[in-house]
Design a protein around this ligand. Structure first.
Ligand code: BGC
Length: 537
C-alpha cells in the first residue's frame, strides 16, 4: 500500500478537452490547421470536444466526489499568446485562473503542463520548432505563465512527450504539423526543444511568485525482461536506454531526451550512433538544457520483451499468442510498468511521478445506463499493483496520474478511442461515471488497499501430500482418508507441511511444482495473506 503523501491524480491536456468559443480570443494552433486539412479520423476536430471550458465547474465537482487529489492539465499556448509571443489574451488568463481556483476549492492540487502539443500556428509559420528562436518564444511563454499562475500553483511541467512532438509531428507526420522532415532536421528540432525546456525552467523560476517545483514529462515503451534472470534484466535495461530503433523511428528512446535534462549530457552511445545527423551542440547548450529540476515525470503505457541472446547481446522476443491488448491494440504489460519505474529511478536522481498511464476500451453504455469498463479495472489493478511492487522495493515514486479523466479528442484518432474514466456523450456533453472511476475512488480512499495484490487470494491451493511407507504400515490412509497412494504399507502422511521430512508440493495453481517450504520462504509476503484451502482429492 502507498503512504498518505502519495499523490493520486488524473491527467488531461488542453487541446483534447477544452473546446473553443467564438469569443475566446485564442490564436490558432497547428492542430487546428491539421484538422482543417482533414488529417483526423472521419474529419473530426476538437472545436467542441468535451467542451470543458464551459463545464469545468461541474467536472471539478465530479473529481472532488471521486476523491481525486491532483489534476495534471495543460495550458494552450496559443490561447494565452494568440500570436505565440507578444500580446497576452486576458480572457485566457481569466479562464485558467478561474479553473485553478475552482480546482483548489474542490481540494484538487493543480499540476500545470506548459506544452502538450498545441503549438501556435503563427510561430509554425516562422519555422516552428526548427527555428532556434523557439527557445526564446517558449521562454517568453513560460514567463507569462509564471507571472499569471504561479501565485496559485506550485507544480509545473514544461513539455509533454518530446518523443511524440519530434517523431509523430515532424518525422512520420501523423500528428500536427504533419511534416516529414529529414533526419538532421529532426535532431535540430529535438535539440531546440530541449533548450526551450531549459529556458522555460529558468523563466518559470525567475518570474515565479512563490517557490515552485518543476518537472519534465517524456515517454517511451519500456524494454522489459522476458524472464527475471539477471541477464535478461541487464539486456532489457541496455535496450531501454539504448538505441535499437531504425533511423526513421529514432525518436523512440529514453536517454536522448532524458539524459541531457536530468544528467546534463547526451548519451555517449547516441552521440556515436547519430553523429552524422547532429546539429552543433555546445557546452552552453548543455548548461541551458540541464537546469535543476524537482521531479521527473514519465508517461508509461506499455513495453516489449527483451532477453539476453545466445551471443550475449539483447534480443527481442515475440509476445505469446493471445497476449492481452487494449482497444487501440496496445499490449497490456504491467510488468513493463514495474521495470520502467525501476530502471528510471535507478538511472536518474529525481523523484518520479507517473504523469500518464491508462488504456482505451470499447466502452459502451449498458442497458442499466452505466458503463461497465471491467477491462480498464483489470488493467489499472495490475499496473498500479506493479507500481506498488516497485514502490515497496524502494523506488522513489511520488504520484500517479491516470490518463485520463474524460473521454476526449484522441489526436489523429479523433473520438474513436475512449481513454477516460468518465464516459462523454459527445453529442450531448452528458458525463457518465464509469465503473473504473468508482474503483479508482476506492484506490485513492484506501491508498491502494483495494488492489488485488493486497487482497487475500481466494485461490484454492491443491497440495500433493508426502506419504511414507513402512514395514508396519497398512492401508487405512488410502481407505479412510482416500489418499491415492499405492502399497499396503502406508505409514505417515504429511498433508499440509513444509517440514523437511514431508515438504508437500503444490499443484493445479499458479505455483505448480513448487514445494510449500519454497513458497513460504520466497513468497512469504503473499503467503501470509492467503487463506490456504487444502484439498487432496
Ligand atoms: C499523450 C496523450 C494521449 C495518450 C493516449 C499520450 O501519449 O500525452 O495526449 O491522449 O498518450 O494516446
Amino acid at each position: 500500500m502507498f503512504d498518505d503523501k502519495f499523490v493520486w491524480g488524473v491527467a488531461s491536456s488542453a487541446y483534447q478537452v477544452e473546446g473553443t468559443d467564438p469569443d475566446d480570443g485564442r490564436g490558432k494552433t497547428v492542430w487546428d490547421t491539421f484538422t482543417e486539412q482533414g488529417r483526423i479520423f472521419q474529419n473530426q476536430n476538437a472545436y467542441t470536444s468535451c467542451d470543458h471550458m464551459h463545464h469545468y465547474k461541474d467536472d471539478y465537482a465530479l473529481m472532488k466526489n471521486l476523491g481525486i487529489k491532483a489534476y495534471r492539465f495543460s495550458l494552450n499556448w496559443a490561447r494565452i499568446l494568440p500570436e505565440g509571443t507578444g500580446r497576452v489574451n486576458e480572457k485566457a488568463i481569466a479562464m485558467y485562473r478561474d479553473m485553478i481556483l475552482t480546482m483548489k476549492e474542490n481540494g484538487i492540487t493543480p499540476y500545470i503542463t506548459l506544452f502538450h502539443w498545441e503549438f501556435p500556428q503563427a510561430l509554425q509559420e516562422k519555422g516552428g520548432w526548427l527555428n532556434e528562436e523557439v527557445v526564446d518564444w517558449f521562454g517568453e511563454y513560460a514567463k507569462v505563465v509564471a507571472e499569471n499562475f504561479s501565485d496559485l500553483c506550485e507544480y509545473f511541467i514544461t513539455i509533454n512527450e518530446p518523443q511524440c512532438v519530434v517523431g509523430l509531428g515532424h518525422l512520420s507526420g501523423v500528428h500536427a504539423p504533419g511534416l516529414k522532415l529529414s533526419i538532421p532536421e529532426t535532431f535540430q528540432i529535438a535539440h531546440n526543444l530541449l533548450k526551450a525546456h531549459g529556458q522555460a525552467v529558468i523563466n518559470l523560476r525567475k518570474y515565479a511568485k512563490q517557490k515552485i517545483r518543476i518537472g519534465f514529462a517524456p515517454t517511451g515503451g519500456v524494454a522489459y525482461p522476458y524472464t527475471d534472470s539477471a541477464e535478461d534484466i541487464e539486456a532489457a535495461r541496455k535496450v531501454y536506454f539504448g538505441f535499437y530503433n531504425p533511423m526513421d523511428n529514432w525518436t523512440w528512446n529514453i536517454s536522448w531526451f532524458s539524459d541531457p535534462v536530468f544528467l546534463g549530457h547526451y548519451p555517449k552511445e547516441g552521440l556515436e550512433k547519430f553523429k552524422e545527423y547532429l546539429p552543433e551542440i555546445t557546452e552552453t547548450d548543455m548548461q541551458l538544457i540541464h537546469q535543476p529540476l524537482d521531479f521527473m515525470g514519465q508517461n508509461i503505457y506499455n513495453g516489449y520483451y527483451v532477453r539476453q541472446g545466445a551471443d550475449g547481446e539483447p534480443e527481442f522476443v515475440d509476445r505469446e499468442p493471445g497476449f492481452p491488448k487494449t482497444a487501440c491494440n496496445w499490449p497490456v504489460t504491467p510488468k513493463a510498468f514495474y521495470y520502467g519505474i525501476k530502471f528510471l529511478t535507478e538511472r536518474y536522481p529525481l523523484p518520479l511521478y507517473i504523469t500518464e498511464n491508462g488504456m482505451s476500451c470499447h466502452d459502451n453504455v449498458s442497458f442499466d445506463g452505466r458503463v461497465h469498463d471491467n477491462d480498464r479495472i483489470t488493467f489499472l489493478d495490475s499496473y498500479i499493483g506493479a507500481m506498488q511492487r516497485a514502490y515497496d522495493e524502494g523506488a522513489d515514486i511520488r504520484g500517479y496520474f491516470l490518463w485520463t479523466f474524460l473521454d476526449n479528442f484522441e489526436w489523429s484518432e479523433g473520438y474513436r478511442e475512449r481513454f477516460g474514466m468518465i464516459y462523454v456523450d459527445f453529442m450531448t456533453q452528458r458525463r457518465i461515471v464509469k465503473d473504473s472511476a468508482f474503483w479508482y475512488q476506492n484506490v485513492i480512499g484506501t491508498n491502494g488497499g483495494n488492489l488485488s495484490t493486497n487482497q487475500t487470494t481466494k485461490e484454492i491451493l491443491f497440495l500433493d501430500p508426502v506419504c511414507t511407507h513402512n514395514i508396519w504400515g497398512g492401508t487405512r490412509l488410502r481407505e479412510d482418508f482416500h489418499y491415492p497412494v499405492e502399497g499396503d504399507d502406508l505409514w505417515e502422511c504429511w498433508g499440509i507441511s513444509a517440514h523437511p521430512n514431508g515438504d508437500v508440493t503444490l499443484r493445479d495453481c499458479g505455483f505448480r511444482g513448487m514445494k510449500l517450504s519454497e513458497l513460504w520462504k520466497n513468497i512469504r509476503k503473499f503467503s501470509e495473506m492467503w487463506t490456504v484451502t487444502v484439498s487432496h482429492s
